[in-house]
Design a protein around this ligand. Structure first.
Ligand SMILES: Nc1ncnc2c1ncn2[C@@H]1O[C@H](COP(=O)(O)OP(=O)(O)O)[C@@H](O)[C@H]1O
Ligand SMILES: [Mg+2]
Length: 292
């Protein structure tokens, strides 16, 4: 048995943890970045990585951060993963779940269609409509890159003139305008880590500003997730199709809302405040999937 891990940074903390957990269990593995993948048509093997026949020599591919890329790179990467799955190869997370999670509109739309509470959000290519929505959402919104992560590029807008300038700049660069009502969360939120329909660990992230990403400097604190939020996080991961998910929950004045689902979550912050070894749990899950 041999496991492949694709990641953006092979030396990253989470990738290293995962590799160490695999080594501990005696599972051979290889780690590589997406650009190392070569896809063949009209000749086998269909997929090579460093001259290794991927489908013959590996048993599963674990997708760690696929990284920011152009739309062309992203679609090509998804297409390769879809083909691997069509050929019966195990990809974790499932490609469809990864694809949903790339797009913040798509995540929340799927959740809303399954009766999961999400913040009021507007996505549009029209500056005029975005400005109308800005007012309707109370003149206090967060604008986010549709394909963003780690809180990068998200901005809070409370002034219509600045909002107008930002929206015009976004459409000038052919970005979709994605705005969301600001949920007053008191500078803290919840991250639930779900594996195989179970929350294996959770934390409260406490920040000094409205962005509560660990990578933006928020402090992780231990959290025993109440059963209702546990149920909500599990349902969220299930609806998106994530076997492994980082679910972000904001506690707003009208109750909890799901703001983000990560199909390739890191767990450096979480590991600081939980006794559960997250990498071990991931490896247990991968091995159990291979046995199925
Ligand atoms: N509508 C919102 N109201 C208040 N805070 C928000 C809102 N949306 C996002 N945030 C904050 O910004 C952080 C990043 O946003 P998120 O949607 O999780 O995108 P990503 O983590 O992919 O960049 C969240 O963890 C949260 O702290
Ligand atoms: Mg997030």
């Amino acid at each position: 048995m041999k496991i492949g891990i694709t990641t953006r940074n092979m030396e990253s903390w989470s990738s290293t943890q995962l590799r160490e957990a695999l080594t501990k269990r005696g599972v051979p593995h290889v780690c590589f970045t997406f650009p190392k993948l070569v896809a063949w048509l009209g000749k086998k093997p269909y997929f090579k990585v460093n001259d290794v026949n991927l489908m013959e020599e590996l048993d599963a591919l674990v997708i760690r951060p696929i990284g920011r890329g152009s739309l062309e790179e992203l679609v090509f990467r998804m297409d390769m993963l879809y083909r691997l799955e069509r050929k019966g190869f195990l990809v974790i997370n499932p490609t469809e779940a990864i694809e949903h999670c790339v797009d913040k509109y798509d995540i929340l739309a799927l959740l809303e269609d399954n009766d999961i509470p999400v913040p009021r959000t507007v996505a549009t290519e029209s500056v005029t409509e975005a400005l109308k929505a800005f007012t309707e959402l109370g003149g206090d919104v967060v604008v986010k890159p549709l394909f963003g992560s780690r809180g990068i590029g998200a901005t809070r807008l409370v002034d219509s003139e600045i909002a107008s300038t930002v929206f015009k700049a976004l459409t000038f660069h052919h970005s979709v305008i994605y705005i969301q009502e600001f949920v007053p969360h008191g500078y803290s939120d919840i991250r639930a880590f779900v594996i195989d329909n179970q929350v294996i660990a959770a934390m409260r992230r406490i920040s000094e500003s409205w962005k509560t990403n660990f990578s933006q400097g928020a402090k992780p604190t231990p959290l025993e997730l109440p059963p209702d939020l546990e149920e909500l996080a599990v349902k969220t991961a299930k609806v998106i199709g994530c076997k492994i998910a980082g679910v972000d929950i904001l506690e707003g004045p009208k109750g909890p809302v799901i703001v983000d689902v990560n199909s390739q979550p890191g767990w450096k912050g979480l590991q600081m405040v939980t006794k559960v070894n997250v990498a071990d749990e991931m490896v247990n899950f991968i091995l159990s999937e291979l046995k199925r």
